[in-house]
Design a binder for this molecule. Sequence first.
Ligand code: MG
Length: 430
Amino acid sequence: MLNQNRLNHTRRTFLSTMAAAAPLAAQPRTRTNIKITDLRCAIMGGSPVVRITTDQGVSGYGQAESYKPYLKPMVLFYKKYLIDQDPTDVGNIMLKIRRLGANKPWGAAVSAIEIALWDIAGQVAGVPVYKLLGGKIRSKVRIYNGGFRPPLNGQTPQDYAEQTAKMKEAKEGFTLIKQAVGFHNPAMMRAMKNGWYDEPRIGANHPDAGLLTEGGLKHVIKCVEAMKKVLGEEIGLALDCGPGWTVKDAIRFARALEPLNITWLEDLITGDYTINPNAELFREVTRSTSVPIHTGEQIYMRENYRDLIEKQAVNIIGPDPEDVGGIAELKWISEYADLHGIQVAPHGIFDGLIGVAAHVHLAAVLPQNYIAFEYPMPAEPWWHEVIEGLPNPIVKKGFIDVWDTSGLGVKFNVKAAKQHLEAEDKAFFD
Ligand SMILES: [Mg+2]
């Protein structure tokens, strides 16, 4: 798959051009001699996998969330902007395509392409991607558990306590656990006879919203108290809550939880699959409580983070590298957030194992406002046989060691991966 002599030549050219001084603006633009030859997308286990091929034999891979198979034509839409371009000029290609995306789920295609480009750039330079993003400032990165949730036996506080106890015992040794409550957890809300002043809605993700009844509010609080009691002080508890709360309910809820030292409350007002971050309403909640307020997993590009950050509307942002426009974009947003006293905890529950690699390189370079990224759970167990290059085990005591292989440092076991390709994608690895 890799023409080593041509790649070594390209690597030397690339490094020499990087090292060369550029004394005058009039100097011709430096170039490597590598060109993109194809952009492909295969759906594996429901997850769009992006492959960018080059005339040097090196390929880069990216991935989108595991339940977005409908993105395939969106990915291929950008092909015409990539062909014959130098993949190591990541910023130049992003200028061409970044305007043609939108909030979740429509930013995922651009994001997966960006990550695949960095994978190529790292391989061509012979360095891990984190070096190209500025160099690591931590050698192991903290993760949090937002996805390993054993089945519940019911919807009582005791049921949530038992589930949380199992999450605490997970072999990954998570130091921070996120549970779903409120409108983010329709089962919790709908199990009540009269939890809020509207009816359950049918529609795209998280359709319920409205003013909570007193009983509804108290039930959610009791469930949280039960979870927190299980975790004690040693493991943090964050809560994914919405969207769909009113500002006043959000404030009542947050204030009731203040004695519990919750790590954050996520997406109370807007969030997952909403089109407007609504900074003004978040700011009112944030200013009214000592509990850190979090949002942002659906947001595409820095422009759409501007209000939240500049108005200091939340305490923590949670961009997803596979939705926000990629890893360099997320780093830029995190640096800007850091200037405003805002923390970052990247979202990632469905980002897959290529996503794990992208998250680790990114987390290694984020400023000191980094908390943890949400550990992606593979949609199918066979992904562990298909993707090679990750540490084994991947997670040790709630952290992942940063590795030093070039590019993202992961590759496909092609023989194993081919078994999971659809018929129309069978040439994906050729
Ligand atoms: Mg969320």
